[in-house]
Ligand binder design. Structure first.
Ligand code: ADP
Ligand code: MG
Length: 234
């Protein structure tokens, strides 16, 4: 049975999509059969981070019953499978996140690891992936506001019985990691630290995830540490 992860934080712009793309690629590079799913139905941008340009069905088409799951699975880097979303506003209006359950079940049958990127906020679009996941990976920067919003996601997860594995701290200023603030504002253990790294932006511009494009960067090392923390394998 596949392991299903949701990558979550109520705060936007903290690095959820970057984390999903790089965690998925790292695990694929290690030989796992991984699929990443763009569960941010409003602002899907996972495909772009992975250099995937969907020319056919998207997750939105699957959620409205217009396409089969297999039709929305694309090839990403290092053998990673990618289920992208649609950027059409109309698709967002008609897609029903409640149908995600069946999509994830189908992907679980054909992959070892399923990773769902989620959107910001605390709506059904984030609630449903948290509920479907075996483990929830929180993502936050060390800013007070981001930590506060991420803590709300943690509380929501607790309320619905989700298994929160911990938090990935992103964009960390290495000279000031703010560790005490983190510990006090977020009731979740830190499982990995990804430093602020210009290599991330360069990677995004070229649409190749940093772990594949710049494996020697400090951000790539952070993402490899995350993969190791989750799987227990170096
Ligand atoms: P979210 O999915 O939570 O909205 P993203 O993954 O899209 O966040 O990241 C938001 C922005 O932050 C992007 O422009 C991304 O390139 C940048 N970013 C994320 N992580 C880092 C990092 N470690 N160093 C530098 N920039 C980063
Ligand atoms: Mg995102």
């Amino acid at each position: 049975m596949a392991r299903v992860y949701a990558v979550a934080s109520a705060k936007g712009g903290v690095g959820k999509t970057t984390t999903t793309a790089n965690l998925g690629t790292t695990l694929a590079m290690a030989g796992h059969d991984v699929v990443v799913v763009d569960g941010d139905l409003g602002m899907p941008n996972l495909a772009g981070a992975l250099g995937v340009d969907p020319d056919g069905a998207t997750l939105h088409d699957v959620l409205t019953g217009e396409a089969a799951v297999e039709a929305a699975v694309y090839d990403g880097p290092a053998g990673l499978s990618v289920v992208p979303g649609s950027n059409a506003l109309e698709a967002f209006a008609t897609a029903n996140v409640r149908e995600l359950d069946a999509v994830i079940s189908a992907l679980e049958a054909t992959h070892d690891i399923v990773i769902i990127d989620t959107g910001a906020g605390l709506s059904d679009d984030t609630f449903v992936p948290l509920k479907l996941a075996d483990e929830v990976v929180l993502v936050s920067t060390t800013e007070r506001e981001a930590l506060g919003d991420t803590e709300k996601t943690r509380q929501l997860g607790d309320r619905i019985g989700a298994d929160i594995v911990g938090v990935v701290l992103t964009r960390v200023d290495q000279s000031n990691p703010n560790a005490e603030v983190v510990a006090s504002l977020l009731d979740a253990g830190v499982i990995a630290v990804v430093p602020e790294d210009p290599a991330i932006r360069e990677a995004l511009n070229t649409q190749i995830p940093v772990v594949a494009r710049s494996p020697d960067s400090i951000a790539a090392a952070g993402y490899r540490a995350l993969a190791e923390a989750l799987t227990g394998q170096p």
